[in-house]
Design a protein around this ligand. Structure first.
Ligand code: TYM
Length: 355
């Protein structure tokens, strides 16, 4: 049992084209967790600039992700919604973590390899150090739980490694200052300052795949718009994309085992299950033996029913820029106060003189 106060943190990059994977893998979970936990949800604009962003588009995307959070049902009065760059303590703690994390740890990160591609020499230093900023996002609030899609798993493992090394390196200092929590590490008890954060990666939608290729993740950066359902798509566009989704000629199986080696069918069944909030088995009980010509229209109707109201609400909220900016400003002030409390202790723990 963690003695840290339960707190949920998660972030989404404002890099355009929020899609069904972001919604089912992350944002919908953010909404559900509000009933049981204190939550902080962040639009991570400093992560976005690890790759080139047009400044005007970055501003627009930051507001759009905020509108998506609010349209999906996140309550910015009960919880905290803000954009990362407003709270400079994220960058400050990221620097400390750059000095805690080892080169070897970051060299193993698959996202850097994927995003940098063949031309690593030309990738930004920020892209390489991306995971230490992510660890700082989470740990500057000493957050205990992080809802994310499957693709963020490795980053959360690194976050735990960083927390653990910091706790071990400074355990006696943390004990002397009395600002830690007693934690069991094997047989030993250490005085830890940071929690070992738990990822929340569960349900049928932890990895939604492209509608054009069931072996590739649905992604903001796929050049084909037909590969993803954007949260801003209207009903006709959603239906068209599902109609055109790649499938195979066989009918749907009656059991999940029958979806093995059928990545496109597996993906569409997973999307249905997740949208309807039922198990895959239940979807196959309803549609087993049926052709895609029957399943796809049912999936399209369900997707429109669940997503069109969010798109409508996003449009309504996006029209009121003053409201969105007010939410981010207020959230930034509240997050900043929490982050500064942590950083006062971090500076003392390390021996960085301040007031
Ligand atoms: P980002 O902006 O790429 O994605 C936001 C969230 O959406 C999830 N996701 C998916 N889930 C299921 N299927 C998919 N195809 C899919 N594509 C994306 C992601 O897993 C994520 O949960 N590094 C993070 C942002 C971040 C962050 C953080 C997250 C920065 N600091 C601290 C948590 C905590 C990212 O790039 O997410």
């Amino acid at each position: 049992m963690s003695a840290f106060k339960p707190l949920v943190f998660s972030g989404v990059q404002p890099t355009g084209n929020l899609h069904l994977g972001n919604y089912l893998g992350a944002i919908r979970k953010f909404v559900a967790l509000q009933d049981t936990s204190d939550c902080i949800y962040c639009v991570v604009d400093m992560h976005a600039i690890t790759m080139w962003q047009d400044p005007a588009e970055l501003e627009q995307s930051t507001r759009e992700v905020t509108a998506a959070f609010l349209a999906a049902g996140i309550d910015p009065a009960k919880h905290i919604v803000f954009n990362q760059s407003r709270v400079m303590q994220h960058a400050e703690l990221a620097w400390v973590f750059n000095c805690v994390a080892r080169m070897g740890w970051l060299n193993r990160m698959t996202q850097f390899k994927d995003k940098a591609g063949k031309d690593r020499e030309n990738a930004s230093v920020g892209l390489f150090a991306y995971p230490t900023l992510m660890a700082a996002d989470i740990l500057v609030y000493r957050a205990t739980h992080v809802p994310v899609g499957d693709d963020q798993k490795q980053h959360l493992e690194l976050t735990r490694d960083i927390a653990q090394k910091f706790n071990n390196d400074f355990s006696s200092r943390i004990e002397a200052l009395g600002c830690g929590v007693e934690m069991k590490v094997g047989e030993e008890t250490v005085h830890g300052f940071f929690p070992l954060t738990e990822p929340i990666i569960e349900g049928p939608a932890t990895r939604i795949m492209s509608l054009r290729d069931g072996t590739k993740k649905m992604s903001k950066s796929d050049p084909s718009d037909l590969s993803r359902i954007n949260l801003t798509d209207d009903a006709d566009t959603i239906s068209k994309k599902i109609r055109k989704a790649k499938t195979d000629p066989a009918p749907l199986p009656s059991e999940p085992e029958g979806l093995k080696e059928r990545p496109e069918a597996d993906n569409l069944v997973g999307i249905y299950a997740s949208l309807a909030e039922i198990a895959r088995e239940e979807v196959l009980r309803q549609f087993g033996g049926q052709q895609f010509s029957v399943f796809k229209p049912a999936l399209a109707d369900l997707a429109v029913e669940k997503l069109a109201p969010i798109a409508g609400e996003m449009r309504r909220i996006s029209a009121d820029r003053g409201y969105i900016d007010g939410v981010l400003r207020d959230g930034g002030m509240r997050a900043g106060a929490l982050a500064e409390t942590t950083m006062k202790d971090v500076r003392r723990i390390i021996g960085l003189l301040g007031d």
